[in-house]
Write a protein that binds this ligand. Structure first.
Ligand code: GCB
Length: 618
């Protein structure tokens, strides 16, 4: 969320979507080439925010003459031997970008607070008709951004991309880009104070400087309207354009070469029916190179075409029922020092483990993962549940909290609207039922549907025991009426009894919608062995899976599940010495990358499911 202009609607087209541009009307510039600003950045740890507030706690960047001595974003050196300047980026240590700070320096492992980053870069003078933007893939959590001592703006929200226009501030020659990154948790934030994951701080995704023509390709969307007719519809938005700009859309492999003129809102629309279109699916993740051309600008990206919808209790992919063989994944990598995934190779390894498990689906919990992840899911043939960090008990009645959640959701949808892999937008995880919370989430749902009518909506809800019948499990949540898939987390056998309880439980999910188990599982310390009744052992976890799978199979309308979780992940809540040591151990793979016994239990189950699905008549 940026503290800037409100969302503006640039018009809408046919039945597709209401196309909203970015909160500040700056599109996502992921596809545009740019000058990479990744690498080593100078850094200053600033727990008291000295560079940001003066000794009266006045925000320096709101004052007229911020002191040269302590205002870090000015990035000055003493003018003479006598000048007092109490910081020096040049002689300060570095942090690598992209990357969380916690795993880069021992003194930052538990740090929650402010760190200043500075990156110097050279650039040529902009042409008269050029504009420049700096794009950040993600910064957790709040970023105050300055170029050459001038404030560009503030961004809040740790997992979605944002850009600032720098046309007026960029200098020919040397430039100084400074960020104050603050990952302090807050009650009114999204996520809030309490989570079961590590609050990694830093510039966690890529940074680049992008130079574009005055009018540039700002956004585009291509959607398969129906698997039966094979009609594809879409649009290309040209920033700052009015009517009459020529835009070309080329898909060489499909022999599509179309051209259209923009309307008064700068939008060119397309509709076509290619011959021999191959649909995207996990079995055949076919992607087509789509080229968009406007003037001198060319953008290319691989796009797959598929449909998804529900019919009664089934999920239909390309018109056919599909069972989601899934796994939950946190965006954290076990090896090479751990921490937030910051390379495509690490993202690929996580998804390859999911493939090895026999998955056709992943739940990317509990926040938007990087572009690398969702683009690789397209390529590898994994359907995706994409989520925003509306987690547990956030500040339901706070308007700013709502606006924050809505911005994160909109930015996530805008970023990934062309990913065939994403079939579900998730609004929330395990939120307590109340009127205020349901109002909040209903509004979010309406927002998601106004941005994208081509995907399903869900949220990870909770189950409860039926009053008077402790072994009958129900989902009693008004949110179930709003979403397309009734998804819920359940921990029978771990938080709720022991694994043998699974055999005694029955389920009542009285909605004519697909049922989906968004989490189940239990902890095991890899390498700890014993009998199956001994908590924390691999045998206990494997037995829990053995007992859970037949229980779930009995659920009427079960459309899939995503056990918790692929890999052990850091969580400050998990303190049991010798077992947890700061990690949630529900992974099927350890924090050292070693598979536990339960991995094979699930793998065998998924392989049988996949074989049965393949044997179904086409
Ligand atoms: C949940 C949460 C997840 C936790 C998990 C656990 O229900 O959604 O974030 O990590 O349980 O391990 O308790």
């Amino acid at each position: 969320m940026k503290q800037k202009l409100r969302l503006i609607c640039l018009g809408c087209w046919a039945a597709l979507v209401v196309p909203l541009l970015h909160a500040d009307n700056i599109p996502d510039l992921f596809l545009h080439d740019g000058l990479s600003l990744n690498g080593e950045w100078k850094s200053i740890i600033d727990p008291y925010e000295t560079g940001f507030y003066d000794y009266r706690r006045e925000q320096r960047d709101l004052g007229k003459n911020p002191s040269r001595s302590e205002t870090f974003y000015l990035d000055v050196k003493p003018a003479d031997a006598g000048e007092r300047v109490e910081y020096d980026f040049d002689t300060s240590p570095t942090l690598n970008v992209p990357g969380d700070w916690n795993t880069q320096r021992p003194e930052l492992l538990y740090y929650e607070g402010s760190v200043w980053y500075r990156r110097k870069f050279d650039c040529a003078a902009l042409g008269q008709a050029e504009r420049a933007f700096i794009r950040f893939g993600a910064v957790n959590y709040r970023a105050d951004v300055y170029l050459n001592g001038k404030k560009l703006g503030t961004h809040v929200g740790g997992f979605t991309p944002f850009s600032f226009e720098v046309t007026k501030f960029l200098k020919a020659g040397a430039n100084s880009l400074v960020l104050k990154v603050d990952n302090k948790r807050a009650k009114d934030a999204v996520p809030t104070l309490n989570t079961d994951w590590w609050n990694y701080g830093g510039i966690t995704r890529e940074v680049k400087l992008v130079v574009v023509p005055k009018q540039f390709i700002a956004d585009h969307r291509l959607v398969l309207d129906s698997e039966a007719t094979k009609v594809i519809s879409g649009w290309v938005q040209i920033a700052e354009a009015g009517a009459g700009e020529a835009v070309e859309l080329v898909i060489p492999e499909l022999k599509i070469k179309l051209s259209a003129l923009t309307d008064v809102a700068g939008r060119a629309t397309f509709q076509f029916t290619p011959d021999k279109l191959k649909l995207w699916s996990p079995e055949t993740p076919k992607l087509y190179d789509v080229r968009i051309i406007h003037g001198q600008e060319h953008l290319t990206e691989p796009i797959g075409f598929r449909t998804v919808r529900t019919q009664g209790k089934q999920i239909l992919l390309n018109g056919k029922p599909v069972f989601l063989r899934g796994i939950c994944i946190h965006e954290e990598f076990p090896l090479h020092g751990g921490g937030r995934v910051n390379t495509a190779e690490k993202a690929r390894q996580l998804l390859l483990w999911a493939k090895e498990l026999g998955c056709n689906f992943v739940r990317l919990a509990h926040y938007p993962h990087s572009e690398a992840m969702t683009r690789l899911a397209d390529e590898l043939g994994l359907m995706v549940w994409s989520e925003v960090p509306v987690y547990w008990t956030i500040d339901w009645t706070n308007a700013a909290t709502y606006e924050n959640a809505q911005s994160q959701l909109s930015d996530n949808i805008q970023r990934d609207a062309n990913r065939a892999s994403i079939i579900i937008w998730s609004l929330a995880n395990e939120t307590p039922v109340s009127e205020a919370r349901t109002k909040f989430l209903s509004q979010l749902a309406a927002q998601a549907r106004s941005l994208d009518t081509t995907r399903l909506l869900s949220a990870a809800m909770e189950k409860t025991a039926k009053p008077g019948a402790p072994n009958v499990m129900v989902v009693h949540d008004p949110l179930a009426e709003i979403v397309d898939i009734v998804a819920f987390n359940q921990y029978v056998g771990w938080y709720d009894g022991l694994p043998d309880k699974c055999g005694k439980v029955s389920w009542e999910i009285p909605y004519n919608k697909p049922a989906f188990i968004s989490e189940f599982g239990g902890d095991a310390r890899q390498g700890l062995h014993g009998n199956k009744d001994q908590r924390w052992t691999e045998e206990f976890q494997a037995d829990l899976y053995q007992q859970t799978l037949p229980m779930l199979d009995k659920i009427d309308g079960l459309a899939g599940f995503t056990p918790w979780i692929l890999v052990d992940f850091r969580s400050p809540r998990r303190v049991l010495p010798g077992i947890q040591d700061g990690f949630n151990r529900k992974g099927l793979i350890s924090s050292e990358g070693v598979k536990k016994q339960a991995f094979s239990v699930l793998q065998e189950y998924y392989h049988k499911r996949a074989e049965a699905a393949a044997a179904q008549p086409k």
